[in-house]
Design a protein around this ligand. Sequence first.
Ligand code: UT7
Length: 326
Amino acid sequence: MKKARIIGTGSYLPEKILTNFDLEKMVDTTNEWVTARTGITERRIAADDEMTSDLAVKASERAMEMAGITADEIDLIVVGTITGDFPWPATACIVQDKLGAKKAAAWDVSAACSGFVYALASATQYLETGRAKKALVIGAEILSRVIDWEDRNTCILFGDGAGAVVLEAQDGENGVLSTHIHSDGSHWQLLYQPGFGSRHPASVAGIEERLPFLHMAGNEVFKVAVRSLYDVANEALNANDMTVDDLHLLFPHQANRRILDAVNKRLGLRDGQMYVNVGLCGNTSGASIPLALDEANRKGLISEGDVVMLDAFGGGFTWGSVLLRW
Ligand code: UT7
């Protein structure tokens, strides 16, 4: 079996910054409340003429530049997103067209905040079995377009952005060591976008009922997120006969500082072993892990041979991990 190895990372954040102080003028909230409950101080918001595929393409171009590859070398494009350009076709197909990656098969993965980990787990199978040589895996979201900007429970949490990795099938010890993905559909109603799909087709009444916007039961999500992020991290360590001491860096889904602190404490990580950037990005759903990974990589925080874990949780519920030797 080949190893699926990351040979380039890239990310993109829209220019517009929305601070907690800006939010104070939009809903009944305060900077103190948002900072204390979430650790988030600001987030990025896509420009009106930016689509999710635009963010994805910018992140991908940076990843491809680092990898030193051109678009015509890519065999697969897999995009983790729940806020694609259209309900269909897949945003991955729009990205394929914009990049000119003519030979690539392209599809989206809908696993909410676990979308990137699910996408990476899928692409890895093709690389390991020799069915593909190079894959582009992306997490890209414009959550600001499905947020109810009148709902203070949710609008303070989310942001827009994209991250991407280029993977190559290689011989040797470095690359993806394991992937573990899980779902529990019995909790779908705790975090979802009610309209407009086949259950609630498009209607004017549906807009008045705010169905096209994200709905979330924050407290319930919080508890399951902590447990799932912890469990799946342990599952990956056990499967590889490792302990947290073997981990160089853990990249959790950047949901909320308190969730991450709780997972950090339960796992017993050293200071700095968990990479956190939620404060300046907010929760960017499927984009959060590749955004953080690229940020750390470009800061020179990851070296060849380092063991790195990606640890995700999201709507569905879905959760999963990827353990890599860099
Ligand atoms: O990627 C996974 C996606 N989801 C998540 O990661 C979300 C997980 N959940 C959370 O992060 C937290 O549950 C929240 C940050 C959403 C909320 O924090 P909380 O500590 O669970 O607060 P709460 O929902 O229990 O609300 C406490 C109080 C309520 O007031 P009352 O009923 O006690 O009077 C809320 O109405 O805080 C109120 N509240 C706010 N106050 C000021 C809720 N949102 C706000 C706000 N500003 N933005």
